[in-house]
Write a protein that binds this ligand. Structure first.
Ligand code: FES
Length: 493
């Protein structure tokens, strides 16, 4: 019986990104059948992976070790009912496999008897009789022999089973995005964590914007609020992504939000921290209310307002965090002459209220491209680029990611004020490169130094944020090197 595994699970099992697995498939190193990988093929292509001390087992060990840390427990382990259903489902599969094995056993016994009959009937023809005896001998030996690679195959199956108990894989049609649901997450929460911007509005079952249709697999209601759907719609397989979780691997039909689909919001956040990195840059960390997280796409901007109607300070800033970060919102504030910047640097304190309005802008990630992505930031243009880079990392679809950041001195513009984050990404990911550049050379020199490293841009997407003159030279040079006009995404600062 061949055993097939979906690509996302293969990526997790071998500890590689989905894009790295896709590259192996395109290079002909790894064979697939209907988008799935057969277990023997997996063992052949990854002979060095030690399944038994890998990912999911370690995670279970970690959970056991922290069994009394309730938050970790809640975040990592599925609800009891979901666990029970997954175990029940696995039990059914096990029972089906065992029934099949018993059936095969009977067929083999029958075959054995039949071969005896044939041998007896062929007594007059010694050659036929000998062939039947040889066949029986071979059959016995083949059944008694241990299949090759048994231990690794068992470890792999055990690892996969643990993974299937701890998480469920979701495929979203028609876009084809995939993600895992873990812990107590609803399908909506899990999708957003994975950087997949599914359509949604209220997050609490009132608007119906997150309606999806179940194509296959099993989902379970974990929040009671799905009154917005009629019983007839539910009977047809419609459900709310914000109310349900996945019990088994599922395929759903759901809408992906574009920049124009996101409603305008106004939310009141609390200051979590003001991190003054140097004399020019402060990083503002805000926390959205539990009931009203900010719905935005990576790369978009918001208006920040502090104070009351009597004396409100406001300004527009790109969001630097990723929508996958749940309630956390990060903004980079440059010290200019604005009263708002002065207030953030000098007076704003933990727990202060900050009003956020938005989002705006179309400088967002193209979700259907699997090509290499080049992110380019000029000075504080790094903020939206940071959000996009994190989004690209959580999506895991880009073939490779290159990040360039041109900045002047700390005194002039804040310098490469989060250089450590960029270096950490490059250290952690194989397909990620980072190069800080000196903006003092001017727009043309910086653009030229980047383009010289990418002489052929026919298969690339560029996302660049900076002053207009820099974007202009960069875009002209990139198009001259074969970049498709659709592959250019610029945000003037
Ligand atoms: S987001 Fe409003 S009902 Fe789910």
């Amino acid at each position: 019986m061949a055993h097939f595994l979906p690509l996302s699970r293969v990526a997790r099992l071998v500890g590689e990104s989905r894009s790295a697995i896709q590259r192996r498939i395109h290079a002909g190193e790894l064979a697939t059948f209907d988008g799935m990988v057969e277990m023997g093929e997996l063992l052949r292509v990854f002979p060095d992976v030690r399944w038994e001390d890998d990912g999911e087992f370690r995670r279970v060990e970690e959970i056991k070790a922290k069994a009394f840390a309730r938050r970790v427990y809640e975040r990592a382990l599925p609800a009891k009912e979901v666990l029970a259903e997954r175990l029940f489902e696995m039990g059914r599969e096990f029972a089906a496999a065992k029934t099949l094995l018993l059936h095969y056993d009977e067929v083999l016994r029958f075959l054995d008897d039949k071969l005896d009959d044939v041998a007896e009937a062929g007594a007059a023809r010694p050659a036929v009789q000998q062939a039947v005896i040889d066949l029986k001998l071979w059959l016995r030996q083949a059944l008694a022999a241990r299949p090759s690679d048994t231990e690794r195959a068992q470890a792999l199956l055990a690892q996969e089973n643990v993974m299937r108990i701890m998480s469920a894989q979701v495929t979203v049609l028609p876009a084809g995005h995939e993600f895992f649901v873990e812990g107590n997450d609803t399908l909506l929460e899990a999708a957003l964590r994975a950087g997949i911007p599914l359509n949604y509005g209220c997050s609490n079952g009132n608007c119906g914007d997150c309606r999806a249709r179940l194509v296959s697999g099993q989902v379970k209601k974990v929040h009671p609020h799905d009154f917005v759907l009629k019983e007839s719609e539910k009977a047809e397989g419609d459900f709310l992504l914000c109310s349900y979780t996945a019990v088994s691997d599922v395929v759903v039909e759901a809408g992906i939000a574009g920049a124009d689909d996101i409603p305008h919001q106004e939310i009141v956040t609390r200051v979590k921290a003001v991190e003054v990195l140097n004399e020019r840059i402060a990083v503002l960390h805000l926390t959205a209310p539990r009931s009203q997280r900010l719905h935005f796409l990576a790369g978009q901007r918001v208006t920040l307002a502090i104070g009351d109607s009597g004396g409100e300070l406001s300004g527009e800033y790109p969001v630097a965090s990723c929508p996958c970060e749940d309630r956390h919102i990060e903004l980079h504030i440059q010290r200019d002459n604005s009263p708002l910047a002065r207030h953030v640097f000098e007076d704003l304190a933990k727990e202060d209220r900050v009003r956020i309005e938005g989002p705006r802008g179309h400088f967002v990630m193209k979700l259907d491209s699997r090509r290499p992505v080049i992110f380019i930031a000029w000075e504080e243009g790094f903020a939206p680029i940071k959000s996009l880079v994190q989004h690209a990392m959580s999506l895991e679809i880009a073939e490779s990611i290159h990040l360039y950041w041109a900045a002047g001195s700390v005194a002039a513009s804040g310098g490469h004020y989060q250089d450590n984050h960029c270096r950490a990404w490059a250290d952690a990911l194989d397909e990620f490169s980072y190069r800080p550049l000196d903006a003092a050379g001017g727009a043309e020199a910086v653009a030229e130094s980047i383009l010289a490293l990418h002489p052929d841009l026919r298969r690339a997407d560029i996302y660049a944020a900076g002053p207009l003159d820099f974007l202009h030279v960069l875009q002209t040079g990139a198009l001259a090197r074969g970049l498709s006009p659709l592959g250019w995404h610029g945000e003037a600062r």
